[in-house]
Design a protein around this ligand. Structure first.
Ligand SMILES: Nc1ncnc2c1ncn2[C@@H]1O[C@H](COP(=O)(O)OP(=O)(O)OP(=O)(O)O)[C@@H](O)[C@H]1O
Ligand SMILES: [Mg+2]
Length: 264
């Protein structure tokens, strides 16, 4: 397994009272798998991935088990956690502007990590980035590498951030609403590109979204999250047919899709 989270509990302890946000999460992703983590706003999706990467410090109390590419992330020291993150995982979040340094050229930002963390020569890093920017469907990729983030649209920047995520050759991608802000066509293109990477490279992906129908269209398995608990896990074949939890049923009924309209 690339990611194996079992009975994860998390409480933020900075305030007067601990805030119990995650209350027994079980989520797993194997190589070549596209797994959905679906739930409404505030259900704990982002907290789950940030906890899995151990990005919280003393403000969060964590119990349970988190294995990332075989490493016990709950008990590992900070240096090991950093190494596992750098070697095997990429996190793609919703706001690409927050992920990029606004005063650096895109090519410099993306090459820096490959040179500093992964030991590539700058020319090799540039070649790799150019190939990936082309692969994620960015127009004029050579020119984009010389531009600054403010010169690109949100959709273009999200493609840049996804290219950056792929550049370190991760085994697991955690896509936290990574396509939610994009128009439908761009979203479909990026998801197709993710699916290609999963198929061709055996990449594993945790696809986080509030859109159960989107997850249902693309995921091999879906964990449904409500108030910090996985209330249901849906698997293929069948997927939605097996849903029994009332919350999942509500999500299924609440967003009519073209397919459902056709049937009615
Ligand atoms: N650092 C923090 N300290 C205290 N509470 C927090 C912290 N981070 C998140 N929370 C709380 O944890 C809950 C879950 O938040 P989280 O961001 O994981 O939800 P989400 O499912 O990702 O929602 P969205 O779909 O809006 O992104 C929320 O109630 C939020 O207010
Ligand atoms: Mg979130």
């Amino acid at each position: 397994m690339l990611l194996e989270i079992e009975q994860l509990h998390l409480a933020f302890v900075a305030g007067d009272e601990p805030a119990h946000i995650l209350r027994g999460i079980d989520v797993s992703v194997a190589p070549g798998e596209l797994v959905g983590l679906v739930g409404e706003s505030g259900s704990g999706k982002s907290t789950t991935v940030r906890a899995a990467l151990r990005l919280y410090g003393d403000e969060a109390d964590i119990t349970g088990s988190i294995r990332l590419n075989g490493t016990d992330m709950v008990n590992a020291d900070a240096a090991t956690q950093r190494r596992v993150r750098a070697e095997s995982v990429a996190l793609v979040q919703q706001d690409p502007r927050a992920a990029l340094n606004p005063v650096r050229r895109i090519g410099d930002s993306l090459a820096e990590r490959l040179v500093k963390v992964h030991g590539l020569r700058r020319a090799d890093a540039d070649a790799r980035i150019l190939a990936l920017l082309t692969e994620v469907g960015l127009t004029l990729p050579e020119r984009r590498m010389r531009q600054y983030p403010h010169e690109l649209s949100g959709g273009m920047l999200q493609r840049v951030v996804i290219a950056a995520a792929l550049s370190t050759d991760p085994k697991l991608i955690l896509a936290d609403e990574a396509t939610s802000a994009l128009d439908v066509t761009t979203q479909a293109e990026i998801i197709a590109m993710f699916q290609r990477q999963i198929r061709e490279r055996g990449l594993g992906m945790l696809f986080i979204t509030h859109d159960l129908h989107l997850a249902g269209a693309i995921c091999d398995r879906i964990h449904v999250l409500q108030h910090g608990e996985v209330v249901e896990t849906l698997s293929r074949p069948g997927l939605f047919d097996t849903a029994t939890h009332p919350y999942t049923r509500t999500l299924i009924e609440s967003a009519p899709t073209l397919a459902r309209k056709d049937r009615s």
